[in-house]
Design a protein around this ligand. Structure first.
Ligand SMILES: C[S@@+](CC[C@H](N)C(=O)[O-])C[C@H]1O[C@@H](n2cnc3c(N)ncnc32)[C@H](O)[C@@H]1O
Length: 256
């Protein structure tokens, strides 16, 4: 073999080696690519379509949220609600007249506390009527149960409600009173929407409260009216005869 042949042979060998290494690099890259592809997250499984924001008239809607604070629910001694002068200061019989509460009516006292209003309403509606005492504080409900027995009032039913739901039966009441309670309800629009379904045709909802900012144990009447309207209520009457009981207004609504 002459020198020229030797050079040509070495060149061919070099080209062969070069081609082999290029092929190896390609193969390695292809394998790496597959490995990386296998690590990619799998396409997400199709998920159930989101719940409609409103499925019925009383279900929750995201627009039901409020952009204000509410007061901490009262959890102290119940004796503060039992001032003997309160009956006259609040003119409780006039309050019941305005709400159309009479013998045989079905009434809800929401945020019943000691049951101060519950027992008065129970006496007025009599044995053919019913009063639901709704509370989120189960200790207060025990107190009301005991009180009903002591006062021989068998037409009182206690209900442990939720912050955003009075949990009253459908179409069960002719009148509802929230006495110094509205400012403590943290989800009032949602609560009111659920309250609507418990109200019978022509039922009235009374709200007695004092003016405030929501988190100071009071709430402006204008705010209450706007929130009630959002939940489908219509303001029908407004009174200020309750003022002497350290409360400023009495609003009356019906379902719109
Ligand atoms: C200031 S007290 C008024 C008690 C009573 N209404 C009275 O004036 O004699 C307010 C009551 O409302 C109750 N409360 C607060 N939020 C409530 C809600 N979402 N549903 C039912 N009761 C509620 C509290 O537990 C508390 O007993």
């Amino acid at each position: 073999m002459n020198v020229r042949d030797k050079v040509n042979r070495e060149r061919r060998l070099l080209v062969h080696l070069l081609l082999r290494s290029v092929l190896s690099v390609h193969l390695a890259l292809a394998l790496w690519g597959c490995a990386v592809a296998n690590q990619q997250p799998r396409p997400a499984k199709p998920i159930a379509s989101p719940r409609p924001s409103v499925s019925t008239e009383t279900n929750e809607r995201s627009s039901d949220r409020i952009d204000r604070l509410a007061s901490e629910p009262y959890s102290g001694s119940l004796s503060i609600f039992e001032d003997p002068k309160r009956e006259d200061r609040l003119q409780v019989n006039r309050v019941m007249d305005v709400l159309g509460i009479k013998a045989g009516s079905s009434v809800a006292d929401v945020g019943a506390g000691s049951g101060w209003f519950t027992v008065r309403a129970a006496k007025r509606v009599g044995s053919n009527g019913l009063v639901y005492a709704v509370e989120i504080n189960s200790e207060y409900l025990k107190h009301i149960d005991k009180r009903s027995k002591e006062e021989n009032l068998s037409n009182i039913r206690t209900i442990l409600g939720k912050e955003d739901d009075p949990l009253l039966p459908e179409k069960s009441v002719d009148a509802v009173l929230l006495l110094k309670t509205y400012h403590e309800i943290s989800e009032p629009v949602r609560w009111l929407r659920r309250m609507r379904s418990a109200m019978r045709e022509g039922a009235l909802l009374g709200i007695i409260d004092r003016t405030g900012k929501g988190d100071d144990h009071g709430i402006d009447p204008d705010t209450v009216v706007k929130e009630a309207q959002r939940a489908g209520f219509v303001l029908v009457e407004q009174h200020d005869f309750v003022r002497p009981d350290e409360v400023d207004y009495f609003l009356v609504f019906r379902v719109g």
